[in-house]
Every structure is written in structure tokens, then in C-alpha cells.
Write a protein that binds this ligand. Structure first.
Ligand code: EPU
Length: 342
């Protein structure tokens, strides 16, 4: 039964722990629930905001319309492939549960994406990525339904227009599509991805018996836990800014001024700068403004020490952007999504 609730607090629905109310709130258990909402006279005309586990959103104010939480469950191997399998997972599953389940099935590829907070449905929106792997490397297709009329369609990987923390759903038609399930192509043969230097170094020092996908998953979990605050203990939404990409000219100027600049070549004369390094160099690592601050172990993560308001978050973010601009002439772009859209 589809339940529509009024004036629901979203405090426990966002990992940055900002207080905001949804005028209307519904949990979806099947795609057809959207059609039901669209025929309910109370909400049929209202904009619909989709909230997964709230681990990549900044709630700036009350949401004066309808908030929906996809809770469709289920994961299954749907087709055997020559060297692996096609799996399907519903949007309401927890991402890391899927990673663990896939390894339990003897299906590999997701291990570098271990412990990323959030739901499966949210994963394609921002094309989650970590330690040299992005969701788009493994994704076959996405099933999504229109929030306007509930019609559903399958998007091939190309149609998802994936980029760095970006997709069709996030940038091309934002707010128009609710992801209901995803399909991934996983391999029966481990092909461990160790391009991320720190990871390779740590992996090589493991005993032979642990040089497995499971061993890699354990390493990734340990690495994340050593750097990134657990949202259950210290409210945060992971990286608060994207790593900015700059051209050769700016890169060379910066390299001259800052020989220890952390940058990764993207090819074609473009360089991705480590935003955490820029923020640290600008003096923000471990610095606090009221109830918010930039984390002491990873300057790219904005944390709420308790009871912060959205205004405090915005003020700190603006101050960080300004300092980084003043020092490097590099503009940081926020990574998590703003609700309501600013
Ligand atoms: N660095 C510093 N100071 C800091 C933080 C980082 O100097 O306070 C430098 C270090 O040299 C470090 C480099 O920046 O080697 C890169 O840092 P890190 O490995 O922690 O990764 P990141 O670029 O800051 C990105 C993703 C993370 C992902 C990690 C690992 C983005 C915006 N963030 O962070 O994703 O876990 O790589 O692959 O691309 C997220 O999206 O929420 C997220 C946590």
C-alpha cells in the first residue's frame, strides 16, 4: 500500500544531518507507485524530489512539494555471460550490500567501490567512483521512470552520458527520472584494479593468500575508514567538492608556484587537481566555523559537528571556494546535490 505522509522531517534521511521538512513524503516499493502518486489529487501536480539514502545531498530548506524514497528491493543474476554474468539490482538496495553480495557470488569488478555510502538507485546519478574505478566501467543499463507520468524506459550505458561524477540523470534532465534498477556486467575472473598508487603499495605488502578480490575489498574498506569520517559518527556527505580539471597553461603556472601540487594528467592537456590538497594548502584542513568544519584527515570532506544549519554549511563552503580561488585561481564546484534546487 502506498502511504503518503504530510510534513515529514528529513533529519534522519540525510547524512549531513540538516533539518528540513518535506511537505509530502512517500516510500515507493514498485515502479507503478509513481503512477499512483500522479493520480492522487493531493500531489498529482507537485514537483517530485527523489531522495535515496541522502548521502550526497545538501538540504537547504524545507521541500514544499513531494519527496519520494525508492525502496524497491532485490538483486539477482539474470544472465550468464561468456566470462561472467549480468546482474540486476533494484534501486532501494544499499550499495555496499550489493558489492558484498557480488563477491559472495564469485562475481568481480565492484571491489574498489566498497563502502561507498548510499543506495543503488543513486549510484548512476553521480556515477560513483573510487580508487580508479567508476560505476560506468561496469554498468550495462539503467531502468528509470519519468516522474511526470510514470512511464519507464531502459537507458543503455551510452544513453546515460556518464562523466566524472556526472550523468544524463544529474545534468541533462535533472529531476526528471527516477532510477528503479540497474544492470551490471561482472566478471568470473578477478581483474584487480590497482592503478591508485597508495592501494597498489598496500596490496603488494599483503600475504599471497590475501591477494584476492576479497582482500582488495578489505583493503579499500580499511583505507576509507582511515581517511573518511563514518557518517553515522560524524555527519558528512563525502567529498564536498569535485576535483577540478584545469588546462595545461594553468597547470604549469601552478606547478611552478607550488612544486608539491597534487595533479593527475587526464590526457589532451588537461589535469585533475586534488581538491583536498588545494583546500589544505589554503589553510582549511581541520578548521572549524561554528558547527561545521573541513575534516582533519581529509580536507575535502565538510563535516557537521552537530546541529549545523544549511546557512552555516553554505557560509563555510563559500569561504573555502573563495580562499582556493584567491590562492590558485581555481574554481571549486560543489559535488553533492542541493535540495531544493538553488
Ligand atoms: N590530499 C591532501 N590533503 C587532504 C586530502 C587529500 O593533500 O586533506 C591530497 C593527497 O595528496 C592525496 C590526494 O589529495 O593523495 C587525493 O586524495 P584522496 O586519495 O583522498 O582522494 P580525493 O581525490 O580527495 C576522490 C574522490 C573520493 C574517493 C577517492 C578515492 C572526488 C570528488 N572524490 O577523493 O570520493 O573516495 O578519490 O578514489 O572525486 C566522494 O565522492 O564522496 C568520495 C569520497
Amino acid at each position: 500500500m502506498l502511504m503518503l505522509s504530510e510534513n515529514v522531517s528529513l533529519l534522519s534521511h540525510n547524512t549531513l544531518k540538516l533539518q528540513a521538512n518535506a511537505r509530502w513524503y512517500a516510500e515507493l516499493h514498485k515502479p507503478a507507485d509513481i503512477t499512483d502518486l500522479r493520480s492522487d489529487p493531493r500531489v498529482k501536480q507537485l514537483p517530485m524530489t527523489i531522495l535515496g539514502e541522502g548521502s550526497n545531498v545538501v538540504l537547504h530548506a524545507d521541500i514544499p512539494h513531494l519527496v519520494v524514497r525508492p525502496l524497491m528491493r532485490g538483486k539477482a543474476i539474470i544472465e550468464a555471460l561468456e566470462d561472467g554474468a549480468l546482474i540486476e539490482c533494484q534501486a532501494g538496495e544499499n550499495w555496499d550490500d550489493l558489492v558484498r553480495w557480488s563477491l559472495d557470488q564469485g562475481l568481480y569488478g565492484l571491489e574498489n567501490l566498497s563502502l561507498i555510502p548510499g543506495s543503488v538507485g543513486a549510484a548512476p546519478y553521480q556515477n560513483i567512483g573510487a580508487y580508479g574505478v567508476e560505476l560506468s566501467d561496469l554498468l550495462d543499463s539503467v531502468m528509470a521512470c519519468s516522474v511526470v507520468d510514470g512511464h519507464c524506459r531502459r537507458f543503455t550505458r551510452d544513453q546515460c552520458c556518464f562523466g566524472y561524477r556526472d550523468s544524463f540523470f544529474k545534468s541533462h534532465e535533472p529531476g526528471q527520472w527516477l532510477v528503479t534498477s540497474i544492470r551490471l556486467r561482472l566478471s568470473r575472473y578477478p581483474r584487480l584494479r590497482l592503478e591508485y598508487a597508495d592501494l597498489q603499495h598496500r596490496f603488494e605488502s599483503l600475504p599471497e593468500s590475501q591477494k584476492t578480490p576479497e582482500g582488495l575489498r578489505s583493503l579499500i574498506i580499511a583505507l576509507r575508514m582511515s581517511k573518511l569520517p563514518d557518517p553515522a559518527e560524524l555527519a558528512n556527505v563525502g567529498s564536498f567538492f569535485k576535483n577540478p580539471v584545469v588546462n595545461e597553461q594553468l597547470y604549469s603556472q601552478l606547478r611552478q608556484r607550488f612544486p608539491d601540487l597534487v595533479a593527475f594528467s587526464q590526457g589532451g592537456g588537461h589535469y585533475k587537481l586534488a581538491a583536498g590538497w588545494l583546500i589544505e594548502k589554503a589553510g582549511w584542513k581541520g578548521r572549524r566555523l561554528g558547527s561545521v568544519g573541513m575534516h582533519e584527515k581529509q580536507a575535502l570532506v565538510l563535516v557537521n559537528y552537530g546541529g549545523a544549519t544549511a546557512a552555516e554549511v553554505q557560509e563555510l563552503a563559500a569561504a573555502v571556494v573563495q580562499s582556493v580561488w584567491a590562492l590558485f585561481a581555481v574554481l571549486l564546484e560543489q559535488e553533492p546535490v542541493n535540495f531544493p534546487v538553488l
